[in-house]
Design a protein around this ligand. Structure first.
Ligand code: FAD
Length: 511
């Protein structure tokens, strides 16, 4: 049930809660970190979505993997006790919560493990599962001039939180999602075992945990691939009125070899009106030099499209070299002439671009409003019908936040991970990032999300939910399709009592 709608808590609230004495447990396990109970756990009953709320028994701030392991083992001895790792609580549907169980605040471990490695000439960084990507970025760039290759748009997310899903942004077409860019994990399993795993060492746990929705273990350390960080980025937006031209160009860019395309490719849909959030004013990167209204095509279409790309370069590169390389790439594209906007900024500023939007949204009071987001992966073969029905009709008046759409390449994902994907080589990420205070109400937004998903099912679209959320096991079975058996087997191997990540609502601890 949705807390915001009926001001009650999660449906499991009516069920008997586990009965544990946290002080006694922490003494018995010689806890090195600390814990909070009562009102001090409030943060653990909230998330970015603002739709669900359940109260834990305690919020544990572990010092490291040993604390986590001992708490999980202690939880296994208490009937119905569950344990939820909380990264930065940026889930939408209560995925990092537990009703009456133990929430492990992974942020308390964020300084652990930080170490640069040079393995046969390639660089890697070991980081805590509780580290924020923004800190990984700034530390790697300032100390070593190196950076991870694949990102999310927004970086106040933890390493363990995004690796439990996938972690996608405009670099994923080239390097794959973040889960394709880690080579080793340390995981505390649902049995409390502290296990190091990789492609060759405990591969079932390694691949299972990547995109595994926290079901098999808590990621306490990740080894992330690095590459030299560029100094600068040219960030460019170009506008299309025709969907087929937009997708043709986006697919062209993501299918080219390294060195023959931009370094980042995303896109979004916007309303063909002057709405400040979803309309033309939201498109130019540099608001001072907005588009001249005279050149905006009067097509009468409800929505238009924007391709967003970025080009990396070094400070020492001659401006004409950068201009020439960018012009060479842009000349192959069919955007509307004159509808181009660009800015040059440092690589770190570019990657922290959503942080600035966050600061503004916090100042306007909309950051803390509910966010009934919907994220989907949709096969290339169905994206035209999706545009015609969803973008051009259902959400044509805007949603109070960005509407993203960009292509990804399946060959950059590893089938051995737990993520469920559409079948085709090219599929699109579609994200409806709603901010309720600026758009339709929570009820309308949730109903519209449901309507969109039901329409996709009814029309037989080849699609999957990203950051999935379902109410029943039947729906989870459908989501995983022929990977369901493997997912269940992995659960039986690593968390047989279903102690971990109860907020995902996939498996339930019953005794
Ligand atoms: P939480 O919400 O705290 O946890 C998520 C789930 O993972 C929970 O089930 C939790 O129990 C589990 N978990 C947390 N830590 C661990 C761990 N160490 N080990 C095992 N399980 C763990 N996603 C993208 O892919 N690309 C984007 O560009 C992107 N942008 C976003 C922008 C914003 C503003 C927001 C709010 C979200 C965005 N996301 C994006 C989604 C985001 O990746 C997920 O919501 C992610 O789970 C959030 O990370 P978190 O650290 O807050 O995790």
């Amino acid at each position: 049930r949705i807390a915001y709608l009926d001001r009650t808590v999660h449906e499991t609230d009516s069920e008997p809660k586990p009965n544990g004495d946290v002080s006694a447990i922490s003494k018995s396990i010689d806890l090195q970190g600390s814990f909070e109970t009562g009102d001090k756990t409030t943060i653990a009953s909230k998330d970015f979505g603002g739709l669900y709320s359940t109260k834990p028994l305690a919020l544990i701030k572990p010092a490291g993997s040993d604390d986590i392991s001992r708490f999980i083992k202690a939880a296994s001895r208490i009937p119905r006790m569950t344990v939820a790792a909380r990264g930065n609580g940026h889930s939408i549907n209560g995925q990092a919560m537990t009703n009456g169980g133990l929430v492990i605040d992974m942020r308390s471990t964020e300084e652990n493990h930080f170490r640069l490695l040079n393995i046969n000439g390639s660089f890697f960084i070991d980081v805590s599962g509780g580290a924020l990507w923004e800190n990984v970025l700034t530390r790697c760039v300032s100390r070593f001039g190196l950076a991870p290759r694949s990102w999310t748009d927004y970086l106040s997310l933890t390493v363990g939180g995004t690796l439990s899903n996938a972690g996608v942004s405009g670099q994923a077409f080239r390097y794959g999602p973040q889960i394709s860019n880690v080579t080793e994990l340390e995981i505390v399993t649902g049995k409390g075992d502290i296990t190091v795993c990789s492609e060759t060492r405990n591969p079932k746990l390694f691949f299972g945990s990547l995109g595994g929705l926290g079901q098999f273990g808590i990621i306490t350390r990740a080894r992330v691939k690095l590459q030299p960080a560029p100094d600068m980025v040219r960030w460019i937006r170009v506008v299309y009125t025709e969907f087929d031209e937009f997708t043709r160009d986006a697919e062209f860019l993501v299918s080219r070899d390294d060195g023959e395309s931009f370094d980042y490719v995303e896109g979004f849909v916007f309303c063909n009106n002057d709405d400040p959030v979803n309309g033309w004013p939201a498109v130019p990167l540099d608001p001072v030099h907005g588009f001249n209204p005279g050149i905006i095509p009067q097509t009468g279409a409800s929505v238009v499209y924007c391709l967003e790309v970025a080009f990396h370069y070094q400070k020492g590169d001659h401006p004409s070299t950068v201009d020439k390389a960018v012009a060479g790439l842009l000349k192959r594209l069919r955007f509307v002439e004159g509808l181009k906007s660009q800015v040059d900024l440092s690589y770190v500023e570019f990657l922290l671009r959503v942080k600035r939007a966050e600061e503004q949204a916090k100042a306007n009071g909309i950051w803390d409003a509910p966010h009934p987001w919907l994220n989907l992966f949709i096969s290339k073969s169905n994206i035209v019908e999706f545009d015609q029905t969803v973008f051009k009709k259902m959400v044509k008046d805007g949603i109070g936040g960005p509407m993203l759409i960009y292509p990804l390449m399946r060959s950059k994902w590893d089938n051995r991970t737990s993520v469920a994907l559409p079948d085709s080589e090219i599929f699109y990420l579609v994200a409806l990032l709603r901010f309720v205070s600026r758009g339709p109400s929570v009820e309308e937004s949730v109903a519209q999300n449901r309507e969109i998903v039901e329409w996709c099912i009814k029309e037989g679209l080849d699609f999957k939910l990203y950051l999935p959320h379902y109410q029943s096991k039947e729906e989870w079975k459908l989501h995983f399709g022929n990977q369901w058996t493997r997912f269940v087997e992995r659960k039986a191997s690593f968390d047989p009592m279903a102690i971990l990540a109860p907020g995902q609502n996939i498996f339930k601890r019953t005794h």
